[in-house]
Ligand binder design. Structure first.
Ligand code: FES
Length: 340
């Protein structure tokens, strides 16, 4: 088998060779070894490969902006990557996973790229941290000019967390099956990463591609919300900073903004009072005077209730930074009182 190390340029620069990179760890050495060793066994399956469609960002929905504007420069990625031990949940197995140190302002995006195998990927890898048991952090330091990864979308600072090759197995046209061979490389030191890569079967054809799953640090898009109070209250404007995907009502309440409009009447009972985000009391209504495009689209019930007030939104049914957009938003709190 042709060594994979000939497909990638190698830089074994150790920037932070220390054990302390692994945080949050009631971890035992035994578990760490087990985790690292498990990574190095390629898994073969005939299950279909996950599509390379853009990810969806929880409440912020699918991106409507170029997410690369939130990429970090390499030096910041180098100083921010860390590894944490996470317990098993319904969504993931127990294991060691990449994470930013600053979890408030940064997040990890998982992306996939297809790259031709033959001729070399053209990625310069570097180890940020590594232990003898194989646990560590290895990232892309440079995407080499002229290499197959040059226009792939991979950037310095990305960490390869899985590699998948798709090959055909069988001796006849009728008896051929597509087989997927994957190897996980998340939180591996440099040598363990190379070992995992070399365990993949060699390319069968000059056109064969490899799917690289990478984790990338990005900054959280932010929306600056200017709140204006009814003129008779003579309150100064207040500007708060929200992350894309935050619910407007919840974000305002947690920042101490009073929303409850005494003039509001419930649509379900005709009385007053807070419905608790049910979308029936309209005590949380705000008027949007700038940046409406940064908000999640109205659903049917909200649209019907507010049909005569085109600038109004129910804060409890509104997500800011929809589509991972960022920008400036201006809203009038308690808009009924603006009309007195
Ligand atoms: S809290 Fe009742 S409609 Fe928003």
């Amino acid at each position: 088998m042709k060594s994979f190390s000939s497909f990638i340029a190698v830089n074994l620069m150790c920037l932070h060779k220390a054990d302390s990179f692994l945080t949050n760890s009631p971890i035992t050495t035994t578990k760490a070894i087990h985790n690292a060793q498990n990574h190095n066994h390629p898994r073969t399956t005939s299950a279909p490969l996950a599509s390379l469609t853009p990810p969806t960002y929880a409440a912020a929905g699918p991106p409507t902006v170029n997410m690369n504007q939130y990429n970090l420069p390499l030096p910041q990625s180098i100083s921010e990557w860390t590894a944490v031990l996470q317990a098993r949940t319904s969504l993931q197995e127990e294991g060691i996973f990449l994470q930013p140190k600053n979890t408030r302002d940064l997040f990890v995006d998982t992306l996939q790229f297809r790259i031709r195998r033959r001729g070399g990927l053209g990625l310069l890898l570097t180890e940020l941290a590594g232990r003898e048991d194989g646990v560590g952090i290895t990232i892309v330091e440079e995407v080499l000019s002229g290499g197959n990864a040059e226009h792939s979308g991979i950037i310095p600072g990305d960490s390869i967390v899985a590699m998948t090759v798709i090959q055909s197995v069988g001796d006849t046209m009728e008896n051929t099956e597509e087989t997927r061979v994957s190897v996980s490389t998340e939180c591996l030191a440099y040598d363990a990463t190379i070992e995992a890569l070399t365990s993949l079967p060699p390319p069968e054809s000059s056109e064969e591609e490899i799917v690289l799953t990478v984790k990338r640090l990005r900054r959280q898009p932010k929306v600056h919300v200017k709140l204006q109070y009814p003129p008779h209250l003579q309150e100064p404007d207040v500007t708060i900073e929200l992350f894309a995907g935050e619910n407007l009502r919840r974000a305002m309440l947690t920042r101490g903004i009073k929303l409850n409009d005494k003039l509001a009447r419930r649509f379900d009972s005709g009385g007053s009072g807070d419905c608790g985000s049910d979308g029936t009391c309209a005590t949380c209504v705000v008027a949007v005077t700038k940046g409406a495009e940064l908000l999640s689209p109205m659903k049917e019930q909200e649209g019907q209730i507010l049909s005569k007030k085109p600038r109004w939104r129910m804060a409890c049914k509104t997500v800011v930074g929809y589509g991972m957009a960022e920008g400036d938003l201006t809203i009038q709190v308690n808009p009924r009182q603006w009309e007195i």
